[in-house]
Design a binder for this molecule. Structure first.
Ligand code: NAD
Ligand code: UDP
Length: 325
C-alpha cells in the first residue's frame, strides 16, 4: 500500500514512517516543517513540504501520489499552549484535519488513522480508562481531537470513510535512528534526559499536591514503536470497519518515579525542583488497552518503563543536539 503520513517529520510520525517502510509499505510524508525536522523523514519516503490547510497543495499531493490510506499525525499538541492560545489550536488541528478529509473524499482515499489523545479524559470515573469512558476534554487541544473524531464518525456514516482513532497516552522512547526532539521540549522524559546529559541544571516537577501516591501526576508511558505497530494493525483491520482504541501500557508512573527510573538508566543524579502545577494537567491518566489487544492482537514489545527510557537515553546520547536543524 501507499500510505500518506501527515506530520511525518515529527516525533511519532517519523517513527511510524520508518516502521511502515520496514513492513514493506510505500510512504509519502507531508509536513510543513514548522515543528518537525527534514532529517527525521526516512530517506526511502517521498517528501512533500506544505501546510495541510492548503487545499491546492493537498490536491497536487493526492493527484501525484494517489495514496491508498492516510495516517494523520500533523497537529499542535501541547496542552498548556492550547490553553494559552486556543484559536491557534482550533485553526491548525481542526482546520488542517477538515481540509485533509475534504481532499481524501475528493480523491477517493477512504482510509485514515487519526492520532487522538488521552486528553479526551480530564475527569475519568474509572482508571484504567476504557473506550466507554465519557469524553471530557481537558483542554482546547483535547477538544480539537474530539471534534475530529466526531467529524470522522459522520464521514464514516455518509461517505464510507473508514477510520481508526488511536487515543495515545504518553508516547516515549526511540528507535536507533529516530527520537524525540521537540523545540522547545516540554515532555518529561526528554527533559529529564537533557538534565542527565548536562544540558539543563534540573527538572521542574509541576506540582506535588495531587491526590496520587507521592503527590505528583501519574501517566502511562508507551513506546513509540509499540504505537507504530498499533497503527499498522489498525490499518489492516479497517476492512472490518471503523474503530476507536485507547492505547497505553496500562501502568501508571508518577513524575517522581519517572525521574527515579531515569536516574537508574543514566547513572546520573538528575536534580529535581518542585514548582507549581501546569494548567490542564489531570492527576492520573492510565489506559485500558484490552480492546486493542483483544480485537487486533496488539501486544507491547516495550511494556517496561526503564526499557522505554533506556531506548530514549541511547538516542539522546548519540544525538545530544537532536536533529540539529
Ligand atoms: P510533533 O510536533 O513532533 O509532530 C507534528 C508534526 O506535524 C510536525 O513535524 C509539524 O511540523 C507537523 N505539522 C503541524 N501542523 C501542520 C500543518 N498544518 N501542516 C503540515 N504539517 C504540520 O508531534 P508528535 O509528538 O509526533 O505527535 C504526533 C501526533 O500525535 C499529534 O497529532 C499529537 O496530537 C498526537 N499525540 C501525541 C502524543 C505524545 O505523547 N507525543 C500523545 C497523544 C497524541
Ligand atoms: N512534567 C513535569 N515537568 C516537566 C514536564 C512534565 O513535572 O518539565 C509532568 C507533567 O505535569 C505531566 C507529566 O510530567 O504530569 C508528563 O508530561 P508531558 O508533558 O511529558 O506529557 P503530557 O502528560 O502533558 O502529555
Amino acid at each position: 500500500m501507499k500510505i500518506l503520513v501527515t506530520g511525518g517529520a515529527g516525533y511519532i510520525g517519523s517513527v511510524v514512517a520508518e516502521e511502515l517502510l520496514k513492513a514493506g509499505e510505500d510512504v509519502v510524508v507531508v509536513d510543513s516543517l514548522t515543528l518537525g525536522h527534514r532529517a527525521a523523514v526516512p530517506r526511502e519516503a517521498a517528501f512533500e513540504q506544505g501546510d495541510l490547510r492548503d487545499r491546492v497543495f493537498l490536491d497536487r499531493v493526492f493527484a501525484a501520489h494517489k495514496p491508498d490510506a492516510v495516517m494523520h499525525f500533523a497537529a499542535n499538541s501541547l496542552v498548556g499552549e492550547s490553553v494559552a492560545d486556543p484559536l491557534r489550536y482550533f485553526r491548525n488541528n481542526v482546520g488542517g484535519g477538515l481540509t485533509l478529509f475534504e481532499a481524501m473524499v475528493a480523491h477517493g482515499t477512504l482510509k485514515l488513522i487519526l492520532s487522538s489523545t488521552a486528553n479526551l479524559f480530564a475527569t475519568p470515573r474509572r482508571i484504567p480508562i476504557a473506550e466507554d469512558e465519557p469524553i471530557v476534554p481537558g483542554s482546547p487541544y483535547g477538544e480539537t481531537k474530539h471534534i475530529l473524531e466526531r467529524v470522522l464518525a459522520w464521514l464514516d456514516a455518509t461517505c464510507g470513510l473508514r477510520y481508526a482513532a488511536l487515543r495515545y497516552f504518553n508516547a516515549a522512547g526511540a528507535t536507533e535512528t529516530r527520537g524525540e526532539d521537540h523545540r522547545p521540549e516540554t515532555h518529561l522524559i526528554p527533559i529529564v534526559l537533557q538534565v542527565a546529559l548536562g544540558k539543563r541544571d534540573h527538572v521542574q516537577i509541576y506540582g506535588d499536591d495531587y491526590p496520587t501516591r507521592d503527590g505528583t501526576c501519574v501517566r502511562d508511558y508507551i513506546h513509540v514503536v509499540d504505537l507504530a505497530q498499533a497503527h499498522i494493525l489498525a490499518l489492516r483491520a479497517l476492512e472490518r470497519g471503523s474503530c476507536v482504541y485507547n492505547l497505553g501500557n496500562g501502568r501508571g508512573f508518577t513524575v517522581r518515579e519517572v525521574i527515579e527510573a531515569a536516574r537508574r538508566v543514566a547513572g546520573h543524579p538528575i536534580p529535581a525542583v518542585v514548582g507549581p502545577r501546569r494548567p490542564g494537567d489531570p492527576p492520573e491518566l492510565v489506559a485500558a488497552s484490552d480492546k486493542i489487544a483483544r480485537e487486533l492482537g496488539w501486544t507491547p514489545r516495550y511494556p517496561d518503563l526503564e526499557t522505554i527510557i533506556q531506548t530514549a537515553w541511547e538516542w539522546h546520547r548519540r544525538h545530544p543536539d537532536g536533529y540539529r536543524d
